[in-house]
Design a protein around this ligand. Sequence first.
Ligand code: AMP
Ligand code: GLY
Length: 420
Amino acid sequence: MNILILGGGGREHALAWAVMQNPKCDKLIVAPGNAGIAQIAECAVLDVEDGGVVVEFAGENAIELVIVGPEAPLAAGVADALRDAGIPVFGPSKEAARLEVSKSFTKEICKAANAPTAGYGHFTDAASAKAYVARQGAPIVVKADGLAAGKGVIIATTVAEAEEAIDDMFGGAFGGAGAEVVIEEFMTGEEASFFVLVDGTDILPIGTAQDHKRVGEGDTGPNTGGMGAYSPAPVLTDEIAQKALDEIIRPTMAEMARRGTPYSGVLYAGLMIENGVPRLVEYNARFGDPECQVLMMRLGAQALDLIHACAEGRLAGAQVTWADDHAMTVVLATQGYPGDYAKGSVIGGLNGLTEDSFTQMFHAGTAEVDGKVVATGGRVLNATARGATLAEAAQRAYALVDEVDWPEGFCRRDIGWRAL
Ligand code: AMP
Ligand code: GLY
């Protein structure tokens, strides 16, 4: 099979690595890819948010399956263009991706499906949003309705803070994403992520994970895209996972199908769990990054069979073979991230890393310049490992971190502390 993956971060490197483990993959192209991906697959430059361009490229390269990594191409309707052209694609339609793209849409679907989530109000002007906050009190959560690169959520501890967030959002701080605002009840509990494949009809759970959003040890400091993750998530017991499937995921997927916009692809459910009860925080229409890295490490080659079955609507006959293992990924980021940071520092020690089916260094933001690997982003490398226990996975992941020679980088040393 000839496969095209869209994206160029750690998530896509992990997907590419898993796909390449499977002998059914004859040829893999990743667009745009990165320096790590270039070591295992062909990289191509094309506009991955233009459906016409992707369809044409897939045709020219006899691509038989397209795997969409990030949300932007989904929001732009790239999966629709591929489906219309008869090319199997892993990723939801533009309409179904609204579950990630619009927070008010997700709340509306939850309401229709009677799925447990935070109480909320949806506003298009500041005055009525503030009146709602005055009635509800603080703490309260103010969210830009649209995609805001993970920055459009303000947890306000006081009414004044909430009012300020409302003014910022309607004032254009998040561009078009903030033209509508969702205000939510603040939920307490422990967060975990649940990943399922959906092919429009059938649903197949493929793993759980927890990530660390804060930049600093002990989960302190500003939010990031994620500084590390581990799988499975101990808080998502089989019983709670079943509850999340029965009460949240199945009813919302049924509601999407009922509306004539069935969901197809991976669905990432962010859950808040308290006293054994899961509630939905958010849906994403793609794998988490870096959660994907730990899921791929655990699934290995079968990930391709599952993704292919999902893209072709064959999930009813698919099955996950679980290993009784744990995986961890530690993000190496450029000093300064998530604030300002310099680009272009050279990363040493990457040649001859200890890599095997238990340990892999996935590249997130790298490029090759004059034969050297340089950092091109905030999150740069993902030291990823699995083991019989989480402690063993952690020991392997940090041993891999220590093989890297990169003074301009840093990582958190406490990934998984809650579970360990
Ligand atoms: P979201 O982009 O909706 O996932 O929000 C980002 C993060 O904000 C989540 O992962 C939670 O940690 C937090 N969050 C969002 N909504 C709520 C809520 N209603 N109550 C408590 N925390 C929330
Ligand atoms: N790690 C969180 C996300 O991918 O949204």
